[in-house]
Design a protein around this ligand. Structure first.
Ligand code: HBI
Ligand code: FE
Length: 297
């Protein structure tokens, strides 16, 4: 489904939001949520960041069907001032940043079909709400996400969107975190995927590298398969500190003079936690159905 990112779709407001219309979900759609929730919440115990697991509990996300965004936002607003608003799917970057800058997380209203349990192209309500929302209950991460939105609005002027999208990709979507000496999951793209929740933590194939802001902003990513490198942060406060303190204007200028780093590469300045075998070849390449594996921006 290629979204025309120039105009809000029919029925959407100028900011691309739509009514969630919770009563319109069918029992089958609620069952898809329940099945995904049961599978992920079980396997993430001991794998996902404690802040993520606490967020599931605090926000009372459970196996009781697709959450009502109004009720969810009421609980979330009390904790960190964030709310969840419904959108039809991917929204333009400028719209996305504007919402984040105002502590509104845009969540796809639709849910995947039962036969799409393991992979889908556009973020649905399970990826967005189960994957992204629990950590918005963590004050440092909630501040980071708003700072990201504000930074995105500024980056639009610097034409530095590519660098910023990589930061989002390797933290918010596919980030790992060190907790009590062990590596845990926190990226929404990982925790909402059964197979990548295993791959990102246990498989010898991908690199696992210490997070470094400039290094991540230079690193290209794959959109249609597991990541070939994952970056580990020391904590959400540390991530917030590294980014909120950064002066992006000179950083963007420096980045213009530096080459991109390919997703599977290790460079001399890396602090390597796992030197990946890169044995995992794209599932789609093997099946001969790989699409352009370069990043979406
Ligand atoms: N739109 N609905 C939605 N969800 C996203 O995660 C999203 C988006 N638009 C742009 C985007 N993410 C990223 O490309 C930003 O990092 C720029
Ligand atoms: Fe996402």
């Amino acid at each position: 489904m290629t979204t025309d990112l120039m105009h809000p779709p029919p029925g959407a407001r100028a900011d691309w939001t739509i009514p969630q219309d919770w009563a319109r979900y069918s029992p089958c759609e609620h069952r898809v949520w329940d099945e995904l929730f049961a599978r992920q919440s079980t396997m993430l115990r001991g794998r996902a960041s404690t802040s993520f697991l606490e967020g599931l509990d605090t926000l009372r996300l459970s196996r009781s069907g697709i959450p009502d965004f109004e009720e969810l936002s009421e609980r979330l607003r009390k904790l960190t001032g964030w709310q969840v608003v419904a959108v039809p799917g991917l929204v333009p970057d400028a719209v996305f940043f504007e919402h984040l800058a105002n502590r509104r997380f845009v969540a796809g209203r639709f849910i995947r079909k039962p036969e799409q349990l393991d992979y889908l192209e556009e973020p649905d309500v399970f990826h967005d709400v189960f994957g992204h929302v629990p950590l918005l209950s963590n004050p440092a991460f909630a501040d980071y996400m708003q700072a990201y939105g504000l930074g995105g609005l500024r980056a639009l002027d610097f034409h530095a969107l590519k660098n910023l999208a990589r930061l989002y990709w390797y933290t918010v979507e596919f980030g790992l975190i060190r907790e009590h000496g062990a590596i845990r999951l926190y990226g929404a793209g990982i925790v909402s995927s059964f197979s990548e929740s295993v791959f990102a933590l246990d498989d010898p194939s991908p690199n696992r590298l210490q997070f470094d802001l400039e290094r991540v902003m230079r690193t290209r990513y794959r959109i249609d398969d597991y990541q070939q490198s994952y970056f580990v942060i020391d904590g959400f406060e540390d991530l917030l500190h590294q980014t909120a303190e950064a002066d992006f204007a000179p950083l963007y200028r420096r980045l213009e003079g530096l080459s991109d780093i390919s997703p599977d590469a290790i460079i001399p300045s890396d602090r390597v936690l796992n030197r990946g075998t890169q044995a995992h070849v794209s599932l789609r390449a093997r099946a001969g159905t790989t699409r352009n594996g370069s990043e979406k921006t």
